[in-house]
Design a protein around this ligand. Structure first.
Ligand code: C5P
Length: 215
């Protein structure tokens, strides 16, 4: 069974989707981490961001291991680094690159072969797994999402103002939904869940109910 969870930045998808996968005993795929890892590779290599082909080459050569709780890029644990502000701001180069998307979509489908999977991202229910048995669109209002991101960054020791985060988030939302390939979009057959005012546990329960309804 494939459960797709798509939605905008900061809707709290990553942590909740991982918990859902654990509860169900399914494998978990964090596709945002893959785009982040390619952006990190570009930063590490000091890439010229105008060189789209070079980024595709990095995506083809990269070994990204997401099978455990951590993210490994070419054997190095990058779980913490890929969540930094710097990586977040450069991930658009990977996400908007058609060749990088092709390669990562291929890896995502390969990951799911023969497995029960919860997969989380922007285009999972629309492009990557259009035939998924269970599709969820998880969202929250922009202000709520920005508040959560400020709290997450503070926990990492990064202090950024609410206004700045909201501005960056609005830009990411626009880019995510206007992209020619793999844009952020609710699949027609996805069930939407608005998580404002819900605790993480409440969201998890609601998701389990939705998945039960799909079985
Ligand atoms: O979900 P997360 O914030 O980690 O995603 C990082 C970036 O990767 C997003 O801003 C989005 O542009 C991109 N992304 C994507 N397609 C996916 C998952 C993430 O383009 N399936």
């Amino acid at each position: 069974m494939i459960v797709t969870i798509d939605g905008p930045a900061g809707a709290g998808k990553s942590s909740i989707s991982r918990r859902l996968a654990d509860q169900l005993g399914f494998a978990f795929l964090d596709t945002g981490a893959m785009y982040r890892a390619i952006a990190l590779k570009g930063l590490q290599a000091g890439i010229n961001w105008g060189d789209a082909e070079q980024l595709v080459a990095y995506a083809r050569e990269a070994t990204i291991d997401l099978s455990g709780a951590k993210v490994f890029l070419n054997g190095e644990d990058v779980s913490h680094e890929i969540r930094s502000q710097q990586v977040t701001q450069h991930t658009r180069y990977a996400a908007n690159n058609v060749g990088v998307r092709e390669e990562l979509v291929r890896l995502q489908r390969e990951f799911a072969v023969g497995k029960d999977v919860v997969t989380e991202g922007r285009d999972q229910g629309t492009v990557v797994f259009p035939n998924a048995e269970c599709k969820i669109f998880l969202t929250a209002t922009p202000e709520e999402r920005a508040r959560r991101r400020v709290t997450d960054l503070a926990a990492r020791g990064e202090t950024v103002s609410f206004e700045e985060i909201l501005q960056q988030q609005t830009r990411r939302d626009e880019e995510d939904s206007q992209r020619d390939v793999g844009p952020l979009k609710k699949a027609e057959d996805a069930q939407e869940l608005l998580t404002d005012k819900m605790t993480e546990d409440e969201v998890l329960h609601a998701l389990i109910e939705i998945v039960r309804g799909c079985q």
